[in-house]
Write a protein that binds this ligand. Structure first.
Ligand code: PMP
Length: 288
């Protein structure tokens, strides 16, 4: 494996950054997770947009132009000869002092890792996931906006710990008002009476690129998709439920807080969208 750091490639064991990097000391940085399907990078432009937006929010200058970083990402995927895999693109604040001041930091680091990924076991895509709703609320929009993909995932990790402690692998997070936001690393959709609903941006979510692809696919198939408001009650009374994310792709949810979703098996519309998603990942986007 060759890891890209600031323009050079390093073997896995030698891919290192400073312990004084504020990415490590304070979670001060941003990142993206991107898929490679059949040697093509999926929705690279959208990931670059989101990376730049996240960086702008935390006033982090990215040391490469968008074009150059896009090229570096494509090149790192090519160098690693990955057919189907996952790219982790990270920009850290760089080395600084043992104080918070980000403007004293130098050498912001650009790191590109290309590897394989499997978030959930294959059989869970057939059987579906059992999840809980976490008692840890999602970060406040006004405090640390969930719309930004920062290196600080402790909010999500706290909810993940709750899930694992109860024997589930995933948790649904509610916002401060008690409305459904998202899973710890995925977006959520429910289906009721043939209509799909997913929490809107204002609910405190990362606007997932997979979420947007699935909305597009569902609308193309003639389904009504609402970006709106969901409560726990809506989750418990849904016909179907599924999660979306770059690493997770589309995965059914069959139990929420021990209540069966619909008949307790992956729903028809969910399965249809899983197929449509698979199909689209085999077709388009940047050649590498
Ligand atoms: N929400 C959170 C908190 C995430 O970390 C992610 C990405 N893993 C998503 C949603 C899904 O976003 P995407 O489809 O762009 O991967």
């Amino acid at each position: 494996m060759k890891v890209y750091i600031n323009g050079a490639y390093y073997n896995k064991d030698n891919a290192k950054i400073s312990v004084f990097d504020h990415g490590l000391l304070y979670g001060d940085g941003v990142f993206e997770g991107i898929r490679i399907y059949n040697r093509r990078i999926f929705r690279l432009e959208q990931h670059m947009n989101r990376l730049w937006e996240s960086a702008r929010t935390i006033a982090l200058p990215i040391g490469l132009s968008r074009k150059k970083l896009t090229q570096a990402t494509i090149e790192t995927a090519r160098v690693n000869k990955i057919v189907d895999g996952y790219i982790r693109l990270i920009v850290t604040r760089g080395t600084g002092t043992l104080g918070l001041n980000p403007f004293l930091c130098r050498n912001s680091q650009i790191i590109i890792i290309v590897d394989k990924i499997r978030l959930y076991d294959k059989e869970l895509y057939q059987k579906g996931l059992s999840v809980i709703t976490a008692s840890t609320p999602r970060n406040l929009n006004e405090a640390l906006s969930p719309r930004m993909k920062s290196l600080n995932y402790l909010n999500n990790i706290l909810a993940k710990i709750e899930a694992i402690n109860t024997g589930c692998i995933e948790a649904i997070m509610l916002n401060q008002q008690g409305y459904v936001a998202e899973a710890t690393g995925d977006n959520i959709f429910v289906v009721k009476g043939g209509t799909l609903t997913t929490p809107s941006k204002e609910m405190g979510i990362l606007e997932g690129i997979t979420r947007n692809v699935v909305i597009e696919l569902a609308r193309n198939q003639g389904y009504c998709v609402i970006e709106g408001v969901l409560t726990r009650h809506d989750l418990y009374n849904a016909d179907e439920c599924f999660l979306t994310g770059t690493a997770a792709e589309v995965i059914p949810v069959i139990k929420i807080d021990k209540r069966k979703v619909g008949k307790g098996v992956p729903g028809k519309i969910t399965r249809k969208l899983m197929c449509a998603f698979k199909e689209i990942t085999r077709r388009e986007d940047t050649e590498i």
